[in-house]
Design a binder for this molecule. Structure first.
Ligand code: NAD
Length: 356
């Protein structure tokens, strides 16, 4: 059955990096991938065309698609708009509309780029971690919340860490399944020694292990996890955690690689439908100059193939092509080092296509 993709180029460098990624997709389709795609605007581009950052046209297309590929949104020309009309609101709206509760943030460091990290090359070379972060619950959304005056007349801030069992189960399922598609190791991160919410988290994730006997489950307290990520990050395969711990750990892990232009991401819902996008923004400072690194977006396409289209072969084919190009010494400006060959955004697209 043909799978339908929605492609949202967005703003800034978005259209340039998407153009290169679509060349890869076209090649896969020509080679037999049973998929088609349609474009729609999001963010500033959508405001310009429809007066709204997530217009009905885009909404309809994304709701009916099997997966969505996004470039990036935002730009200084939209900073004066009313908040509900700003490009970033389009991104929040699509995440909510598609109920994308599971955020996948891989930290992958191709051995050729080991010098870009602030850590010693031997600690990070070949790193490949996937952090699965719950995105719609936890202390970020729990009630009661607010700032009030207490009985002593002092101001008091309140937030509530809260997870329902079903919310933990659905993120647990997605994380176990992701581990099954990788090296079958899952580390659940919590603070079960202090926080009851995460004590329950640990109980549920542990009980679920009987449904995934091929996955080796471990647990780690979040403070230790933060330390282990910089001490010996290659011990991890998949990490699963709640919203607040995941927010912090995924940023920490992404910085292990030192190159924002290389990092893909995905946000999934219960049916496996996902929004795939680079972790970086729209880079207005280099937009329109054919300088942007398209690899994070090309690697996001690989994630889309793996997680929404369940096509591991095609995903690996794309990832291996990227590895090959890096091994050839080709670099865009953001990852350039002495002795390498500097290429443009489209030059990088040419090279990945040739390697494919
Ligand atoms: P940014 O990620 O766009 O840029 C930060 C720096 O990294 C810039 O110097 C940029 O040139 C560089 N960079 C980023 N991606 C690159 C790539 N692929 N190749 C080469 N260099 C790259 O972050 P910012 O400057 O803080 O934000 C710019 C705009 O992007 C803002 O409007 C912001 O709201 C938006 N933004 C969007 C998203 C998203 O669409 N998911 C995420 C973050 C920021």
């Amino acid at each position: 059955m043909t799978q339908h993709l929605a492609i949202l180029p967005g703003d800034g460098i978005g259209p340039e990096i998407i153009e290169q990624t679509v060349r890869i997709l076209d090649r896969l389709i020509a080679d037999g991938l049973d998929a088609d795609y349609q474009y729609a605007p999001l963010g500033g581009a959508a405001y310009d065309e429809y007066g709204h950052p997530y217009p009905e046209f885009t909404q309809k297309l994304c709701r009916s698609a099997d997966a969505v590929l996004l470039g990036a949104v935002g730009g200084p020309q939209y900073d004066q708009l009313d908040r509900p009309l700003r490009p970033e609101r389009g991104l929040l709206a699509i995440r909510k509309d598609l109920n994308l509760f599971a955020n996948f943030r891989p930290a992958i460091l191709f051995p050729e780029l080991a010098n870009a990290s602030t850590l010693k090359p031997e600690v990070v070379s070949g790193l490949n971690i996937l952090i699965v972060r719950e995105l719609t619950g936890d202390i970020y959304f729990g009630e009661p919340r607010g700032i009030h005056t207490n009985a002593q007349g002092e101001r008091e801030g309140v937030n509530t860490m809260r997870y329902a069992e079903s919310e933990i189960r659905r993120i647990g399922k997605i994380a176990y399944e992701a581990a099954q598609k990788r090296n079958k190791k899952l580390c659940s991160v919590d603070k079960a020694n202090v926080l009851e919410t995460t004590e329950m988290w640990r109980q549920i994730i542990t009980a679920m292990n009987s449904d995934y006997p091929d996955v080796e489950l471990t647990h780690m307290y979040v403070d230790n996890a933060a330390m282990q990520l910089v001490k010996a990050p290659k011990q991890f395969d998949v990490m699963v955690t709640g919203n607040i711990f995941g927010d912090i750990l995924s940023d920490e892990a992404s910085m292990l690689t030192g190159s924002i232009g290389m990092l893909p991401s995905a946000s999934l819902n219960e049916t496996g439908k996902g929004l795939y996008e680079p972790s970086h923004g729209s880079a207005p400072d280099i937009a329109g100059q054919n300088k942007a690194n398209p690899l994070a977006t090309i690697l996001s396409l690989a994630m889309l193939l793996r997680y929404s289209l369940s096509n591991e072969d095609a995903a690996q084919r794309v990832e291996q092509a990227v590895g090959k190009v890096l091994a050839q010494g080709l670099r865009t400006g953001d990852i350039y080092e002495d002795g390498c060959t500097l290429v443009s955004c489209s030059g990088m697209g040419d090279a990945v296509l040739a390697a494919l």
